[in-house]
Design a binder for this molecule. Sequence first.
Ligand SMILES: *[C@@H]1O[C@H](CO)[C@@H](O)[C@H](O)[C@H]1NC(C)=O
Ligand SMILES: *[C@@H]1O[C@H](CO)[C@@H](O)[C@H](O)[C@H]1NC(C)=O
Ligand SMILES: *[C@@H]1O[C@H](CO)[C@@H](O)[C@H](O)[C@H]1NC(C)=O
Length: 272
Amino acid sequence: MREESVEVVRGDFVVLPCSFFTSSPLSRLNIIWTLAPVSSPETPIQVIVYDHGQVIEDPALTGRVGFTGIPWSADIVLNDTRVSDAGVYRCMVNNPPEAAAAGIGELVLSVLEPPSLPMCQWDGDIDLGGSVTLTCSVTEGVPTPEIHWDKLNPEEISLPINMEGDLSGSVQIINVSSQTSGLYRCSATNVLGTENCYVNLSIYSPPERPSGILQGVLLTLSMSLVLLALLLLVMWLHRTGQDGRWREGKEEEDEEYNEIRYTPSLMKRSFV
Ligand SMILES: *[C@@H]1O[C@H](CO)[C@@H](O)[C@H](O)[C@H]1NC(C)=O
Ligand SMILES: *[C@@H]1O[C@H](CO)[C@@H](O)[C@H](O)[C@H]1NC(C)=O
Ligand SMILES: *[C@@H]1O[C@H](CO)[C@@H](O)[C@H](O)[C@H]1NC(C)=O
């Protein structure tokens, strides 16, 4: 192998070189590529095998891995790389009846990844004198992103940060005052770039003249009372109006009934 370590940006392709020299015919050439992944170095997997003219790929890598110049070269290409592809790759070349011991080459593949969008949160008491914690966490990025918190206005200042593990950092602000208000930025940075998230804090400070609020409340309250009284008045008028009309109707009916009742007797009387 010409190189001992290779870097690739996630998603790009990479060629892993493995060259060998042999003086025997290539009809019985055997090549095995294995990977000891960064995530589980104790359990290597077979990436791709060339044996008696046949190529066998690991099912998990089918369509992404291939030899570039078999049988004259043992180089492989890995397409659409993922972070999980990182680890120690080893190529073993055997060409019987050549020397019994297989030739072995090793290289380390690093798959770099830009930071993902960090997540900004705040928690605490934003009343005067309270304390607030700003937390920022990032889930992806190789190499591990560095986290910074800055206050952006009125002037840009860097804030002391407490790291909780590699991927989360917080800032504690105690005894907040109106000067604490403003825009805060968390940035997650590695060699491939920077991603930011923001928190906008506005510290609640009691108004200068609380009587203004009290007056407002009293005004609203008295206006509501006047409205309520008007409403009750309207309802009462409406109700008594209906009652009057109902009573009038009943009296009229009584009169008509009386008329009808007394008519026959009147008629009788006139006939008598
Ligand atoms: C890798 O990608 C290249 C370009 O897209 C393509 O020509 C090649 O066949 C791919 N190799 C494998 C093993 O998928
Ligand atoms: C909080 O800040 C105010 C003004 O900034 C100061 O007067 C007060 O002493 C501080 N309180 C504490 C507990 O630090
Ligand atoms: C932050 O909040 C304040 C008050 O709520 C607002 O005036 C200001 O525009 C906000 N700034 C940003 C960058 O969102």
